[in-house]
Design a protein around this ligand. Structure first.
Ligand SMILES: [Zn+2]
Length: 237
């Protein structure tokens, strides 16, 4: 039997109560959709239920936080994309009548993203972002490399989860497409950081000395990049 008896008393999380003929004890259940349910054996008075929830309030709150962090809310498709690094603002339209493709109107900074489902549209939009990052970031990295006389061999752009960039012993530099959302100064700093790795493949004192030579304010940029989760929209991360 399901009784959708949502209660909220004294800051308790909302929950529903289900009376069960078979249950022997009060039980708490939290679904993947964040719904809290108390299973109550038949005959138990309802005031025991709120005491029970009160006693387990902390556990409920902790569990809800854990579930939510593992299952982020459904990703919303954006209607506008602001790319701070390159000072661009794109308007996005969606068309669900055709399969995966994107139409780019450069004159009006407008994208038409096509895909039958939202998942398909998200994939198309993300692929565009990666491609756009390649087009914009690699020539910029090349210019900084030439300016500082720190050459690299090859550069690529990826959707990285945990890193802003990397540089291999073969001087291959890899950049995160989400750099497009950061400030131009932070992107330039990241380029300097990776280019300095072409001389020192570690974070030694010598490495930081070289970084500071080209970018004395590197600590502020490190902080900006570390706080990036506040800036990068969910659809792009
Ligand atoms: Zn590094």
């Amino acid at each position: 039997m399901l009784q959708p008896l949502i209660q909220k008393k004294g800051g308790l999380p909302p929950y529903s109560v289900r009376i069960s003929n078979r249950a022997k004890y009060l039980q708490l259940k939290i679904s993947a959709h964040h719904q809290v349910e108390v299973v109550v054996p038949k005959g138990v008075a309802l005031h025991h239920v709120s005491d029970f929830v009160e006693q387990h309030k902390q556990w409920i709150e902790k569990t809800l936080v854990r579930i939510k962090s593992h299952q982020p809310d459904k990703i919303e498709l954006p209607y506008q994309v602001l790319l701070n690094a390159i000072d661009e603002q794109w308007q996005i339209q969606y068309d669900s009548t055709e399969h995966s493709n994107v139409q780019v109107d450069i004159d009006h900074n407008q994208l038409t993203v096509r895909g039958i489902t939202e998942t398909e549209q998200l994939t198309v939009l993300r692929a565009w972002l990666t491609q756009h990052a390649k087009t914009c970031l690699i020539p910029w990295l090349t210019a900084v490399s030439e300016e500082l006389l720190l050459p690299f061999k090859k550069a690529s752009v990826r959707a990285q989860k945990t890193r802003w960039g990397s540089c291999s012993s073969k001087r291959h530099i890899s950049l995160n497409r989400a750099l497009l959302f950061m400030s131009p100064a932070a992107v330039r700093y990241l380029f300097i950081h990776e280019l300095c790795h072409t001389k020192h493949l570690n974070h030694s004192t010598n490495f930081w000395r070289l970084v500071a030579k080209y970018e004395p304010g590197h600590k502020a940029h490190e902080t900006e990049l570390r706080r990036a989760s506040q800036v990068i929209p969910l659809w792009a991360s």
